[in-house]
Structures are given as structure tokens and as C-alpha cells.
Write a protein that binds this ligand. Structure first.
Ligand code: F6R
Ligand code: MG
Ligand code: MG
Length: 375
């Protein structure tokens, strides 16, 4: 049986009014190129979205994960948008996430964020793609734990016999470049011992324990580790399969109800609440202190390799429901509260992470003024 692959590839290649949002022309350009790729049968369907200053390409195809042609398509689109739209209009940080020059077969490690999930379609296959701005892959650790391992979030872990067998989490060590697989519920405490250290250990994939079926896939790019300096946060994406032996859509979304603190926000240097927002209400444009960090949720059915949304490929806006207004209000309150602490930790991120910002340059000039005490 032919498998379907969902590829989500995103990048910040320039924006209007600082790091706020891309132009309509940039989005249209990406749509035109993806439409041509569909006509030439490289991909089967697509959707282009934006969140904050990021543009995301959601593509379905039968070419598997890490396909050089699909990755090159995304790379070329981001390059062309940079050259043809962002640079001529002097958009802000034009081509920001394109850290390499020549494409070398896989877009991973070149700047753009990637999440891909290949699976055999069930008789009906709902998926959700989450896309966040002004944060990093660390943002998904608590969310994926809540969805796939926390029975107070996901009732199915208790009630549904398939979910009851648990899930396998693949955790990536971003510094060593290694992965480890841990099975919940048996190894829940081991999992938590790693994923609490959000800047080093991130959940990259989740599988259903019963049959190893892929359940979720997240982007894990750390731009600063590629570039060796601060080049914006990594604004992660996440693909999750839902229903009939996976957590229900409503269980998956519940994980976002109480906004948790994530690193990112202004200058990639602060902890702020992850606010679930509606893209139809245009809440995906950041403003307060370049944030707060936010996330959109797009829902589809995957049917014979094609994205089926509410109208063609247009996804359901899963954070549009009035219930999320409470979460947004809470996030706003937490954001304003966190700002009362200014540049004092823990409102500002840890010193190890600040290494990749412009702070070391400021601290450099104080070096010679320290006087040894005691001895
Ligand atoms: C965070 C982000 C912004 C910028 C900030 C300063 O990921 O992109 O918060 O860091 O607006 O930007 P520059 O240094 O370009 O003026
Ligand atoms: Mg930007
Ligand atoms: Mg961004």
C-alpha cells in the first residue's frame, strides 16, 4: 500500500513592520509555485500559512520523508521569495532563515524548520498541524507530554484500550545530536527527567506503543547551533494524528488550554506564555513585546493523499472557538506579569542561551573592570 507523507517546511524570509508578518505577495508567490508542483505531480496537495513573521508550506505527497525533490522545492520557493519579493521591497530581515547558499539534498540544517510524517492512511485520518512563532522546539515538550502521557489531559489513555498501551517518545539531545526512545507509562519519570531540560532535550517524534504507528512529528532545528550566533528563534512546527486509536482532536487541543511559559519572545531572550490564536481572526500577527509567543492549529482530513479542509485545502481554524478567548486572556495576563520583572531571571532566559544573543557583546566591555576579592 502506498504511504502518504505530510511535509511541513517553514522559514522566516522577511517581514513587514519589523518581525511582525510576511506580505500577501510572499504568500501568493509560494501558492503559485506549489500549484505548479501539484500540476507536475511532485506533490498531491498543499496549503500555505503564516504565523508571526514565518511562512509555512504544508505539502502532501507519496515520496516519503527527506525527499530531495520536495525539500528542494521548499528551498527554491524561500530563495525566490527572498530574491524576488523581500529584498527588492527591503522587507525586514529578508532571507533571515536561509543560512546556507547551495542546496545539498536535504533542507534540514540549512535554516528552515521541517516536520514530516509518513504513514499508511487509515479508513479516515484526521491530522492537526501546529505552527508557533517567537519560540523554539522546546515549546512542544510539555504539550506532547500532556497529549500522549498525561491522563489528566487525555482521557483516552485511561479509557481507550489502544491508547492504554501507551506511547514511545523519541527524545533528541540537541547538543550531542543523539536520540533516545522511552516508553510511557512505564518510563514516564525517565522521560520527564530529560524533557524538563527544554533547551537540550526535545521530543522529536511519538509512536503508538501497540503497533509502532507514527503519531506525531516535530521540527527540531536550532538556528543558533547552525549559525553559531543568534539568528531569530526556531519557531517550531508539529504534526499530530488524531482519533480512532490516537488522542481525540479535543484531547490534543486541551493541552494548550493553560498557556505554559516557553523561551523566545523579544530578542529570543525571554520566557513568555504560548498563546493559542485564531488565524481566521488574524490573531497570528505578533505585537506586544514582539509577542507573546503564539501558536495556530490547522485541522484536516488526509484522504487518498490529499488535504481535505473546510473548503478545498483550507484548514479548520481549531483555536477559533470562543473557549480559547479565556486562554488568550490568561496568556495576556501572564505576559504582562512576566514583563514586570524586566531583564531579571527567570523572566530573561538562562545565560547559556544568552550566549547566542547580542548580550555577550555588551558584557565584553565590563571584563577588565572586575577586581579579584578575598583570597
Ligand atoms: C525574536 C525576534 C525579535 C527581534 C527583535 C530585535 O525572535 O525576531 O524579537 O529579536 O525585534 O530585532 P533586531 O535586532 O532585528 O532589531
Ligand atoms: Mg523575523
Ligand atoms: Mg518567526
Amino acid at each position: 500500500m502506498v504511504k502518504t507523507t505530510v511535509s511541513v517546511i517553514k522559514a522566516d524570509v522577511g517581514s513587514v513592520a519589523g518581525h511582525t508578518c510576511p506580505t500577501r505577495e510572499m504568500i501568493e508567490y509560494a501558492r503559485k509555485k506549489l500549484s505548479e508542483a501539484r500540476d507536475s505531480k511532485l506533490i498531491k496537495s498543499y496549503h500555505v500559512y503564516s504565523v508571526g513573521d514565518d511562512i509555512g508550506l504544508v505539502m502532501t505527497h507519496e515520496r516519503g520523508e527527506d525527499d530531495p525533490e520536495v525539500h528542494k522545492l521548499a528551498w527554491d520557493i524561500f530563495r525566490e521569495i527572498t530574491e524576488k519579493v523581500s529584498k527588492p521591497l527591503k522587507l525586514y530581515a529578508a532571507g533571515q532563515d536561509l543560512l546556507k547558499n547551495a542546496f545539498s539534498g536535504n533542507i534540514k540544517g540549512m535554516g528552515p524548520g521541517v516536520a514530516e510524517l509518513e504513514f499508511e492512511e487509515r479508513s479516515s485520518d484526521p491530522i492537526i498541524v501546529f505552527a508557533a512563532d517567537k519560540t523554539s522546539p522546546a515549546a512542544w515538550n510539555l504539550i506532547l507530554y500532556r497529549i500522549f502521557a498525561d491522563p489528566s489531559n487525555t482521557a483516552g489513555l485511561v479509557i481507550d484500550p489502544i491508547l492504554h498501551d501507551g506511547f514511545i517518545f523519541e527524545v533528541m539531545d540537541l547538543i550531542e545530536g543523539k536520540v533516545v526512545r522511552l516508553k510511557t507509562p512505564e518510563e514516564t519519570y525517565d522521560l520527564l527527567s530529560l524533557i524538563g531540560t527544554i533547551n537540550r532535550y526535545v521530543i522529536s517524534r511519538v509512536y503508538r506503543a501497540k503497533d509502532n504507528e507514527p503519531a506525531a512529528s516535530a521540527s527540531t532545528t536550532r538556528l543558533s547551533y547552525i549559525a553559531g550566533k543568534y539568528v531569530g528563534k526556531d519557531d517550531p512546527v508539529l504534526i499530530v494524528r488524531a482519533q480512532a486509536g490516537f488522542p481525540a482532536v479535543g484531547e490534543i487541543l486541551s493541552a494548550f488550554a493553560i498557556p505554559h511559559l516557553v523561551p523566545g519572545w523579544m530578542r529570543g531572550s525571554h520566557y513568555g506564555p504560548l498563546m493559542p490564536v485564531s488565524f481566521r481572526k488574524k490573531q497570528n500577527v505578533i505585537s506586544y513585546f514582539d509577542g507573546p509567543p503564539r501558536v495556530v492549529a490547522m485541522g484536516w482530513q488526509i484522504s487518498n493523499g490529499i488535504l481535505v479542509g473546510v473548503e478545498g485545502e483550507e484548514p479548520v481554524d481549531l483555536f477559533e472557538d470562543p473557549v480559547w478567548e479565556y486562554s488568550r486572556e490568561l496568556a495576556t495576563k501572564v505576559a504582562i506579569y512576566m514583563r514586570t520583572m524586566g531583564e531579571i531571571m527567570p523572566a530573561r532566559i538562562e545565560i547559556e542561551e544568552m550566549e547566542y544573543t547580542t548580550l555577550p557583546k555588551v558584557m565584553e566591555k565590563l571584563k577588565g573592570r572586575f577586581i579579584q576579592v578575598g583570597k
